[in-house]
Structure formats: C-alpha cells, structure tokens
Design a protein around this ligand. Structure first.
Ligand SMILES: Cc1cc2nc3c(=O)[nH]c(=O)nc-3n(C[C@H](O)[C@H](O)[C@H](O)COP(=O)(O)OP(=O)(O)OC[C@H]3O[C@@H](n4cnc5c(N)ncnc54)[C@H](O)[C@@H]3O)c2cc1C
Length: 387
C-alpha cells in the first residue's frame, strides 16, 4: 500500500526501522517469552527521541505532528507493539493530563523525565467494580490540612513493576457526582501505597499488571492535577490520543503478521506447489492486506483531523480503535491458519498477537464503549461522523 508521507514522517519511519533492526528484532522473542521488561530497548527509544511523541520540545518531547506520531507507533509495532506502548506513554493519558492540566513544576518533575526515559509511571483508574463507567468510582479523597488523604483500590494497572508514580483518580465530593472527581500524582513510595502483582499475565508481554491499594495515602495538595473536580476532564482529555495510539499499534502488529504470512506462503510447498500459488491462500492474503489498509486509512484520518485542529474526533478515534483492534484479531487468526500447525507453536508469535488483539479491544475503552461513542454522534442532530 502506498503511503503519502511528508519529510518529517519519512525520516522518523526510517529512524524507527534502523532502531528496530538494531535493538529489537533479534531480542523480542526472548524478552517476550521471559516477560522481562527490556530496559536497554527503552533506553534506545529514549535516545532516539521516540518517547517524546506529541509532547512539545520545551517539555522534553519530540513535538511530532499527529500523523508522524501514528506513523512512528505503527512502524515500531512491526517490531514490537508492546514497547511501542512505551512510546505512547508521554503522549497518552499518563503524560497528556500532565501537559494539559499540570503546573510547570509537575511538568518538569514528571513529564520531562517520562520523555527522557528516566522515569516510569502508570495510570491507575480502573476499579474492581468496573472500568467502563469511570465516573462511578469508590476511591475517596478527603482534605486534611494541606494534604488530600486517599483511600481505595485500583486494578488491572499496567506497568506496575517499573512505575515510580501513578496518575490516579478519586472522588472528593460524592454529592457533586462527576464534578467531584479529582486527579492526583501519587508517589509509589508514599506511605499506604501497596502494589499486588497480578501473576500469570499472558497479554501484551512483557507486561506487569497489578492491583494498587491506597490506604490513607497522604498526597500534598500541589500534587493534584488541575483543580478540584477536574479529574474526569483529565481522564477524558487523552483518551482520543490513547485510542489512536492503540489503533496504530494494532496496524503495525497486523503488518508483521501479514509479512510473515507472505514469506511463509512463498516457502511452504504443499501438493507440489508453493501455498502462495493456491488461490484460497491468495484470497486469504488479499483479505488480510485490504483489512490492514482500511484500518491504516482510518488511523491516518484521525491523525490528520487532529493536525488540522479538529478538537472533537471522539467518534473517529473510536472507529479507528474499534476497526483496527478487530482487524488485528482477524489477521492474527488468518496467520495461524496459513501456517497450519506451525502457527500454533511457540516458535510463532501469532497466538500472542491474537491474545493481544483481545487486550487492545478492552484497554482504554472496550469495543462496546467505542460503538456507543460512534452512535452518540450518529444520533446527535448536530453531528454526523460520515459527513
Ligand atoms: C491489557 C490491559 C491493560 C490495562 N491497563 C490499565 C491501566 O494501566 N490502568 C487502568 O486504569 N486500567 C487498565 N486496564 C483496565 C481497562 O481500562 C478496563 O478493563 C476497561 O475499561 C473495561 O473495564 P472492565 O474490564 O471493568 O469491564 P466492565 O466495565 O465491567 O465491562 C464488562 C463488559 O460489559 C460491557 N459494557 C460496559 N458498559 C456497557 C454498556 N453501557 N453497554 C454495553 N456493554 C457495556 C463491556 O464492553 C464489557 O464487555 C487495562 C485493561 C487491559 C485489558
């Protein structure tokens, strides 16, 4: 598929390819199997300026356009769609809330080192009673002197093993409902913070998943993100970026499935012919390629809208995430079929890709939630996402 790229995007894509070949390609199967976070790859991403994404250079970021950003994430995902998630942290919910709502001191303390690769953090939003309905949370924050005191429990939090801080959310005034939710930057080492790993994680390896408990954790008022009651705005501010990033990562992972399938189809001989010469295999490959191409177009469309200054791309981002993550499931499944029994062995990554497609469908808003967002615009008399 021909892709139109400006010089900035082309240079970044080429840099990612060089980095991927040099530091990821030969290592990824091993660190994925061990479920060990590759700190050297993380450092290489930082040194290559790839952790800074959309963040402006004045805060240590790369100041990429949205189109360059999704190109970068997709290309990186052809090598490793999980470490590509690291390149989305500073520009996603973790960093974007700090950029948009944080003070300069918070940006200096948290955002710049995130971009520079010297600090890790996690978003702790989901609670055991449900993640889709973020506004109904049980975690509480009460004022005590110059501090807030937080009590509650969060779960399914990614990257807990490395996280030095959490962007978390708590209800400070239940009577105000959604307007009572506050966002905080919480130090992992603060008294009362406890982390329990969720073991046996099979998705998005290398992945450390955990529960985070806040037991009367004192957080200084200057560690609130935004003003009291801004929590939901902080939480929702970066979801479009997060969804766009997941969609781009799904496209990159799917391209890798397709490339491996094309290669195998040309090598594998059955009934005296390369399977690439069997029409049903050709049809499968053609379906995979068109499926990927359609999702890539959707992702670039959202990014181009953002670059053109459209603030509300909620439905478009939802379409991209919904389509691309379902597409990855189909493409990974096709790769398994094409490889036959070999596709189900641990020598091949496709089973992992299939599981990761399911993880992508749930994280940052399930497929059902994406459909709800699309239909909301469709049913709104003042909006039509297809016009
Ligand atoms: C790989 C991975 C990483 C994650 N990392 C993080 C993280 O770092 N930080 C964090 O805070 N959370 C994280 N999560 C949690 C994630 O945000 C939640 O799992 C997600 O929001 C869904 O919440 P839930 O699992 O509680 O499902 P629920 O909200 O309980 O939903 C259950 C089912 O009901 C459906 N549903 C819900 N509402 C509706 C509706 N109105 N109409 C129709 N169907 C509906 C859902 O689609 C789903 O199928 C992660 C999840 C995954 C899979």
């Amino acid at each position: 598929m021909l892709i139109l790229r400006d010089d900035e995007a082309q240079a970044v894509v080429e840099a990612v390819r060089a980095l991927g070949k040099a530091v990821i390609r030969d290592r990824v199967a091993d660190y994925r199997a061990r479920n060990e976070f590759p700190h050297d790859v993380h450092r290489a991403l930082a040194d290559g300026g790839l952790l800074g994404g959309l963040v402006p250079p004045e805060w240590g970021g790369a100041g990429m356009s949205y189109v360059t950003y999704v190109e970068m994430l997709e290309e990186l995902s052809t090598f490793d769609h999980v470490m590509a998630g690291q390149a989305a942290h500073a520009s996603g919910l973790l960093g974007a809330g700090i950029l948009s709502f944080g003070t300069d001191e918070q940006r200096e303390t948290f955002l710049r080192p995130l971009c520079e690769g010297t600090l890790h953090g996690s978003v702790a939003m989901t609670e055991p009673d449900g993640g889709s309905d973020v506004a109904t949370m049980s975690t509480r924050a009460r004022v005590d002197g110059d501090d807030y005191v937080i009590d509650g429990e969060k779960t399914f939090i990614s990257h807990v093993a490395n996280a030095e801080f959490f962007v978390t959310f708590a209800q400070s005034d239940p009577e105000r409902g959604r307007k009572g939710i506050c966002a905080f930057l919480v130090d992992r080492h603060a008294a009362g913070v406890e982390i329990l790993p969720i073991d046996g994680v099979e998705v998005l390896r290398p992945h450390s998943w955990g529960q985070v408990y806040f037991d009367a954790v004192r957080v200084p008022a200057h560690r609130m993100l935004g003003r009291p009651g801004d929590g939901l705005k902080v939480a929702l501010s970066a979801l479009e970026q997060g969804r766009m990033a997941i969609a781009a990562r799904a496209c990159g992972a799917a391209r890798e499935c397709l490339a491996a399938s094309v290669h195998y189809a040309k090598e594998r001989v059955v009934f005296g012919r390369r399977i690439a010469d069997h029409q049903m295999i050709q049809a499968r490959l053609a379906e995979m390629a068109s499926d990927i191409a359609a999702s890539r177009v959707l992702v670039r469309h959202v990014a181009a809208l953002k670059d053109a200054g459209h603030a509300d791309v909620r439905a478009e981002a939802a379409m991209a995430k919904h389509r691309a993550t379902e597409m990855l499931e189909r493409v990974a499944s096709s790769a398994i079929s094409l490889f036959g029994a070999y596709g189900l062995t641990k020598d091949q990554p496709f089973e992992q890709y299939l599981l990761d497609a399911k993880a992508f469908q749930v994280a940052e808003g399930t497929t059902e939630i994406q459909r709800i967002l699309i239909v909301r615009d469709l049913l709104d008399d003042h909006k039509d996402p297809l016009l």
